[in-house]
Design a protein around this ligand. Structure first.
Ligand SMILES: O=C(O)[C@@H](CO)OP(=O)(O)O
Ligand SMILES: [Mg+2]
Length: 400
């Protein structure tokens, strides 16, 4: 029933207006699935390779599509193995991880369609967990996502005490709105960055004050605990030649960076810190985790790139205590599931994540529920972000 009869690929717009790959998968019994690849701006050095959309489509049409016809979409490993076999490299540099992930997601949806099950149920199976992820909502940002704003890439609201997904999602939107009020009161103009977060021309120190104040206001209003966290995207701050983290005119050594982040965790009771150190510095990650890992999540994004080998290195070194999962960093859903499983077996928390360049695709909302992830990072406002958040609200409605 789920035997694939056709795979078609096209170029569509992503949220930055760049071309990205969309895949449609059809099965012999009429099942249909559509998936679209997201795209990063602050990409990790070790990510699978995204090719220009047209090139990736041409290569995938030539090498992958013929291999996929006849494969069972319900057998996700077979689909993803066919993609790996068609590509023949470790990093999808032959057909592009953008085509690979779009097809992988489209096949999963086509199978769910045939089976008459929601995607989270198909992917998670009968024994999936009962938990719903806490959404981490980007409310202030800069770095590679907005020039002339903060050095730290993302300040993320974390509604850890929300009684439901819906209340969590609305709390993050309220923090986003409260940030606008606080900035306005301070006379700071603010445009928005790539993910819809406010991108004010203020220092990181002032951004901490603004977000702290906004979170306090909303916490009082809603009556449950809201904390906040960061994606420092420190690989983007790290200058290899200077061997230092560069914050405008200021630099910090690795030791100073550890000291700085540990201080922030305590001062602001941070719930979450992603990529606080360079993607090649497992040792510094381990040191920071040792210092503050009992009271906050230290998450590896560029560090692990959803790759089980890099995650295993991290586990061996004691680096971080959580992993960001981005299917397009590794190229297939099977690979993303393997990373989630390895993380879970070793007590690492998982955070399923969007990219800064996104589409209306909602797969990651289903993936988060299917894998029982503790968190999902998928923005706060803006259509390509609310597509996932609203899907999560629908799943929560549907699943009870
Ligand atoms: O660094 C990140 O975590 C992501 C998403 O927020 O950004 P990008 O997609 O640009 O890598
Ligand atoms: Mg990141």
């Amino acid at each position: 029933m789920t035997r694939i009869t056709s795979v078609s690929l096209r170029r569509v717009l992503d949220s930055r207006g760049n071309p990205t790959v969309e895949a449609d998968v059809l099965t012999e019994s009429g099942g249909f699935g559509r998936g679209a690849a997201p795209s990063g701006a602050s990409t990790g050095e070790y990510e699978a390779i995204e090719l220009p959309a047209s090139e990736s489509i041409a290569k995938a049409r030539e090498h992958a599509v013929p291999r996929l016809e006849g494969v069972y979409a319900g057998d996700q490993r077979a689909v993803d193995n066919a993609l790996r076999g068609a590509d023949g490299t470790d990093d999808f540099s032959a057909i592009g991880a953008n085509s690979a992930v779009a097809i992988s997601m489209a096949a999963a949806k086509a199978a769910a369609d045939v089976l008459g099950a929601p995607l989270y149920q198909h992917l998670g199976g009968a024994f999936r967990g009962e938990n719903f992820p806490i959404p981490l909502g980007n409310v202030v940002g800069g770095g590679e996502h907005a020039k002339e704003a903060t050095h730290i890439q993302e300040f993320l609201a974390a509604p850890v005490g929300a009684p439901s997904v819906s209340e969590a999602v609305f709390a993050n939107a309220a923090v986003h709105a409260a940030v606008a009020d606080v900035l306005d009161e301070r006379g700071v103009p603010a445009a928005k960055g790539d993910e819809g977060a406010w991108a004010p021309p203020i220092s990181d120190a002032e951004a901490f004050e603004v977000v702290d104040e906004a979170v306090d206001r909303v916490e009082e209003e809603v009556g449950f605990e809201i904390r906040f966290g960061l994606d420092m995207a420190a690989a983007e701050l790290f200058d290899d030649d200077a061997e230092a983290y560069v914050y405008g005119d200021e630099t910090k050594s690795a030791d100073e960076q550890i000291e700085y982040v540990a201080g922030l965790v305590d001062e602001y009771d941070l719930a979450y810190v992603e990529d606080p150190l360079d993607e090649n510095d497992y040792e510094a990650f381990a040191e920071l985790t040792d210092r503050v890992g009992d009271r906050t999540l230290i998450c590896g994004d560029d560090l692990f790139v959803t790759n089980v080998e890099r995650l295993q290195d991290g586990i061996d070194a004691g680096a971080a205590n959580s992993i960001l999962i981005k299917p397009n960093q590794i190229g297939t859903l099977s690979d993303a599931f393997d990373a989630v499983e390895l993380a879970a077996r070793n007590g690492y928390e998982t955070v399923i994540s969007h990219r800064s360049g996104e589409t209306e695709d909602t797969t990651i909302a289903h993936l988060a529920v299917a894998t029982d992830a503790g968190y999902i990072k998928t923005g706060t406002v803006g259509g390509e972000r609310t597509a996932k958040l609203n899907e999560l609200v629908r799943i929560a409605d549907d699943a009870v």
